[in-house]
Design a protein around this ligand. Sequence first.
Ligand code: AOF
Ligand code: ZN
Length: 397
Amino acid sequence: MSWGARNPNLHLRVKLPIIDKEDIYFMRRALALAKRGAGKTSPNPMVGAIIVQKGQGQRLLRGERPLRVIGEGYHHGPGIPHAEAVALANASESVKGATLYTNLEPCCHTKKRTPPCTDAILKSGIARVVVGMKDPNPAVNGKGIQVLSDAGIVVQAGLLKDEAEVLNAGYIKWITTGRPFVILKAAMTLDGKIATKTGASRWITGEAARRQVHQLRSSVDAVVIGIGTVIADDPMLISNLKGRTNPLRVVIDPCLKISLSAKLITSCQIAKTLILTNDSASSRKQKQIEHLGVEVRRFPYRKEGIPFDGILKTLGEMGICNLLIEGGGNVNGRSLREGAVDRVIFYIAPKFLSGDDAKAVVSGKSISRLEAAIQIADMKISKVGGDICISGMVQKK
Ligand code: AOF
Ligand code: ZN
């Protein structure tokens, strides 16, 4: 059966050639290219594009038609040409009659930083465009596909759609809600502790898990922690991987307790730090912090702390699409209870700390009814070095 017959997202106004192994292969390559932009493209999506020409050439898949990749590219960031434009510009020969694979619907809108990709595709003579997912930007949202198919290009949308949507979860949430996609990450013992009663937490999990966390940090736009963790651990929160970008480091510090010698302040030339506080915090301390190059933003005073929705709205306005929360029990608890978390990634080390005074991974108010428990769906489990990683999506109530 052709892939097209099964997929409800196909653009049905065009005659469908059979989607086969080749299409999946090239879409996977487009997705892999798109990923190279991780941590750099926000508030734009990660997009990869590949142009493939039929005819003479290398057989890319055993037993399949000879095909040549004649151009490829990915989106490097806002203000820089889009993936399709890069692939077209890089093409090593004529693209007439070729197929273009891209994980996101080509843009067709104007009044933005770069020209519409649909114009470039139409001019180029490309005959077929295979798309991973629709662009949820209300200015596009299917119109790019429409423009291309109206002009006689064979367009097929929805190939590896789930993978495309996972890749751009941050962009999808930001462009549709104005708020970032939030990942809550924690490293804990089997009994759910993140530190001893004295606050010692280095290290709960092994090297492999910590390496994954550095990778995660370099793929998000911002990392959030609470002042409790800053005081206990004095962390840097940067990615120590070569050539990787560092996220904006955000501290929730309602009373501006942060020390002026905290690493998050003294290292602000390496990576930016933003402190979120409330109205009642000392203006003098704010000036001292700002003098050292760190931005401070104030929120209206609330006894329970700064509401997460306000934090997400503020970060969204700054163009943050992907946010990583790196605990403390208090911040973990509040973010989960306030419904701010989209995805959790928990590393579990096979050890116990025991006791009521060791620090719990999720603290604060408890949930009294079992039916009201915060539920995780699409759970994935993997072994990372000597630890276990459990991840999944938080089910929204
Ligand atoms: C594509 N290919 O590689 C990207 C697209 O301000 P601009 O000109 O960079 O446009 C940003 C919008 O373009 C963004 O909100 C999204 O709708 C689309 N991004 N589209 O065809 C790309 N990055
Ligand atoms: Zn574009």
